[in-house]
Design a protein around this ligand. Structure first.
Ligand code: IPE
Ligand code: IPE
Ligand code: MG
Length: 229
């Protein structure tokens, strides 16, 4: 028996721009290729015996700093992705949920996101969470503000955890592609005891074969949670 079983996987999908640049393509082509990989990884997770949630970082609160055209392209790509993905969600019994402040998006994109959540809400093999206009600090700040609005004058860890947007908050394994070894404001609260795996592979080259190897590596790790094992 392996040491650990993975329930919640989180991925920082990085390196689309560099992948495109290496091929003399525009960055947008890298994002398109990256979107295809999300599908493969999601269906792999849906078929995996223990993974129940897979959270993907798709757009950070800091990504608005990018050129307007790139941001607009990413919004259009997301809309197209969700439209096309509905079939995969339904055929693989996958629930879709968004975290992040989607109110900053166009009305039609917000509608697409809410509709996809609604249409897939009874699916149960996997919950795929896309982090959209997401920042870990923003998520914690909103959670605390929500609790203050409820009249709380002091809060417990459990109350903060349950006021966060991210369901099933603790992350077992966090993977970042592209060789960067940083968190970039992803799930700050939820990674307190996560295992990290950094791979040099650029996101469009990532595959379920590599994921399988990373999970095997994770399963052999000794997670102590501050105790002795
Ligand atoms: C990740 O790839 C996708 C998003 C952040 C939207 P990048 O676009 O960050 O690719 P690099 O890091 O520039 O290669
Ligand atoms: C993190 O990647 C955000 C997403 C993958 C959506 P970035 O490419 O934006 O992160 P930095 O700027 O290199 O830290
Ligand atoms: Mg990047």
């Amino acid at each position: 028996m392996s040491e650990n079983s993975i329930k919640h996987l989180a991925i920082i999908m990085d390196g689309n721009g560099r992948w495109a640049k290496e091929r003399g393509l525009s960055r947008t082509k890298g994002h398109e290729a990256g979107a295809e990989v999300i599908r493969d990884i999601t269906t792999y997770c849906a078929e995996h015996p223990t993974i129940k949630t897979a959270t993907f970082y798709a757009f950070s609160t800091e990504n608005w700093k990018r050129p307007k055209l790139e941001v607009e392209f990413l919004m259009k790509l997301l809309d197209r992705y969700l439209q096309k993905e509905l079939e995969t969600y339904q055929s693989h019994n996958i629930r879709f949920q968004a975290i992040g402040n989607i109110e900053a998006f166009s009305k039609s994109l917000q509608e697409r996101i809410r509709q996809t959540e609604e249409l897939t809400k009874d699916n149960s093999s996997l919950t795929q969470i896309l982090a959209l206009n997401y920042g870990g600090r923003a998520e914690i700040t909103s959670a605390v503000n929500r609790l203050i609005a409820e009249g709380k004058r002091s809060v417990t860890e459990e109350e903060i955890s349950s006021a966060l947007q991210t369901p099933y908050s603790d992350i077992d394994l966090l993977i970042r592609t592209s060789g960067e070894e940083r968190i970039s404001n992803f799930l700050l609260w939820q990674i307190s005891y996560s295992e990290f795996y950094f791979t040099p592979t650029l996101w469009p080259d990532f595959s379920s074969e590599e994921l399988k190897e990373i999970i095997e590596n994770f399963e052999q790790r000794n997670r102590r949670f501050g105790g002795i094992k």
